[in-house]
Design a protein around this ligand. Structure first.
Ligand code: NDP
Length: 259
């Protein structure tokens, strides 16, 4: 408890799934929190749930579209007005765009990059000036194991997630002398609506679900809370020398050699 006491944090896409779990964990660790989410109602719902579970938690739901730089800047301004300078940003908002490269529409390509890569950059760009000025800050970007390994049929999502790792490393190095850390988390399969939507889009959803559970060495998929615990660690003062790095959370799946 209290590992983020005194810190002001913004979590994008905090209305559900991994982002909501990170918001809950950050609030439990004492952070004042802006839930920056496309769907204002789901952000409000998460904020209410946190307030009920943790009386005294400081939360603010701010409808935010990470594809729009001005929208993200407005969320940062709202955080500063409500709680003070932003210490931590978690760029979590993301979407799956899985298509065949040659039949994919231009719109699919742009939609994927707008959220999954531009969205991360928009967030970084909005908080970095303040962090650099104060010589303190931690940015945590939620990438994916798709940033390292390619699953056929998932184009162009992994291209954008490779970009998130590149962005993380580039900015981590650029601002290291200013004591601003930029790190990533690469989750494998985590049980959220996104995963259920993917299973349900398969010809045999139950078979797809079983196959997903069979693949990892631990024979299960991850829970949003397991990603949240790592986000707390990277955001906190417990990780002062971890920078331009990525922590994989996949139960060992990407390390497994398939015969
Ligand atoms: P969910 O779809 O459950 O949640 C994503 C959240 O992001 C939703 O609340 C969504 O809002 C919000 N969002 C989408 N677009 C925008 C936008 N333009 N601006 C602001 N918010 C937006 O996804 P997960 O929790 O599963 O995923 C979170 C992150 O983790 C993503 O970056 C994803 O790529 C990554 N990830 C997930 C894995 C998994 O297995 N679940 C594995 C590896 C990585 P709305 O509901 O209104 O659309």
């Amino acid at each position: 408890m209290n590992r983020l006491n005194g810190k002001v944090a913004i979590v994008t896409g905090a209305g559900r799934g991994i982002g909501a779990a990170i918001a809950r964990a950050f609030a439990a660790e004492g952070a004042a929190l802006v839930l920056a989410e496309l769907d204002g109602a789901s952000a409000e719902a998460t904020a209410r749930e946190i307030a009920q579970a943790q009386p005294g938690a400081r939360t603010l739901a701010v409808p935010t579209d990470v594809t729009q730089a001005t929208s993200v800047q407005a969320a940062v301004a709202a955080a500063e007005r409500a709680f003070g300078p932003v210490d931590v940003l978690v760029n979590n908002a993301g979407i799956n765009v899985f298509a065949d490269p040659l039949t994919m529409t231009d719109d699919d390509w742009r939609r994927c990059f707008a959220v999954d890569l531009d969205g991360v950059w928009n967030g970084c760009r909005a908080v970095l000036p303040g962090m650099v000025e104060r010589r303190a800050g931690s940015i945590v970007n939620i990438a994916s194991t798709h940033a390292f390994q390619i699953i056929p049929g998932c184009f162009p999502y992994p291209v954008a997630k490779h970009g998130v790792i590149g962005l993380t490393r580039a900015l981590g190095i650029e601002y290291a002398p200013k004591n601003v850390r930029v790190n990533a988390i690469a989750p494998g399969y985590i049980e959220t609506q996104l995963t259920h939507d993917w299973w349900n889009a398969q010809p045999d959803p139950e078979a797809a679900r079983r196959a997903t559970l069979e693949l990892p060495p631990m024979k299960r998929i991850g829970r949003p809370e397991e990603v949240a615990m790592t986000a707390v660690f990277l955001a906190s003062d417990e990780a002062p020398f971890i920078n331009a790095s990525c922590i994989t959370i996949d139960g060992g799946r990407t390390a497994l050699h398939h015969e």
